[in-house]
Design a protein around this ligand. Structure first.
Ligand SMILES: NC(=O)c1ccc[n+]([C@@H]2O[C@H](COP(=O)([O-])OP(=O)(O)OC[C@H]3O[C@@H](n4cnc5c(N)ncnc54)[C@H](OP(=O)(O)O)[C@@H]3O)[C@@H](O)[C@H]2O)c1
Length: 243
């Protein structure tokens, strides 16, 4: 079986995982439970599970590509995102004493390894010069907007923990419209990446991100409604005015 067909199967798995994610919440953060066996320090868990994505995509790309060309720009965008998620983000989050199940870290590690490989592999086939300027510019603008929304929303959440340890209702920027603007930003970001690079690897990553983060944002939204009586009624879960 060739790699394109394997990538289609990988996309199909994401679609199968989607309804499962709607029923079973990934047991970390707000949805932590002790039922999922042994766990490790939350910050270490984040670095461990994201590291394969940071490394596998560029390593695959540089191993396979015969001549470095302008599509290296996509690798730089990838590294920028994953350097933040793997190194900077875990150092900044205020989750001292919190744990994450090894089962979650292991499954995310596997996912990031496969996803990093597919993206690195298909980026070697992308001919930068032949991409339509419209896709390139539109995709890059969407990617940058998503990146900004994701990081600025994560920043608001991180700052909430400077004065107290628990959970409070986040406010400001897109939090005035949705419970999970960080997830909204992440989805927008990989939508932009898929538009720019137009390949099965980036498309599969977009599908996986949607199938992981839409159910998690619905679970977060319900958690806020159940835990805060004064939770803003007009706020949606992840897409302003829509979902
Ligand atoms: N591409 C993908 O498929 C994918 C999948 C998962 C995550 N991500 C990205 O990874 C990042 C983190 O994901 P996550 O699921 O951990 O996000 P999250 O549940 O929104 O939590 C982010 C951080 O903020 C804290 N926090 C959340 N709500 C809070 C509140 N109301 N008051 C005070 N602190 C609060 C959390 O602490 P606690 O840990 O104590 O809750 C955590 O440290 C996001 O940017 C997300 O987009 C991407």
């Amino acid at each position: 079986m060739d790699i394109i067909n394997i990538t289609y199967i990988w996309m199909l798995i994401a679609l199968i995982v989607f309804p499962i994610n709607l029923v079973y919440k990934a047991p970390y953060g707000k949805h932590s439970t002790k039922k999922w066996g042994k766990s490790i320090d939350n910050k270490t868990g984040w670095t461990l599970m994201e590291l394969p994505a940071l490394l596998t995509c560029p390593l695959t790309y540089f191993t396979i590509v015969e001549e470095i060309n302008l599509s290296i720009v996509f690798i730089i965008l990838w590294i920028t995102h994953y350097f933040n998620r793997t190194i900077i983000y875990p150092l900044r989050i205020k989750t001292k004493g919190k744990k994450i199940p090894i089962a979650i870290v292991a499954s995310a590690f596997f996912f990031n390894m496969v996803n990093g490989f597919f993206n690195g592999y298909f980026l070697t086939l992308v001919q930068f010069e032949s991409i339509s300027h419209m896709y390139l510019i539109l995709g890059l603008i969407i990617f940058i907007i998503g990146f900004y929304i994701n990081i600025s929303s994560d920043n608001i959440l991180i700052k909430l923990r400077t004065k107290q340890k628990g959970y409070v209702i986040p406010k400001g920027k897109l939090f005035n419209y949705v419970s999970c603007p960080n997830f909204f930003g992440e989805i927008i970001e990989w939508l932009g990446f898929a538009i720019m690079t137009l390949n099965p690897g980036s498309l599969s990553f977009l599908i996986w991100t949607i199938c992981n983060l839409i159910p998690r944002s619905i679970a977060h939204h319900k958690w806020y409604q159940d835990n805060f009586e004064n939770y803003p009624k007009k706020r949606k879960a992840v897409v302003p005015y829509f979902l």
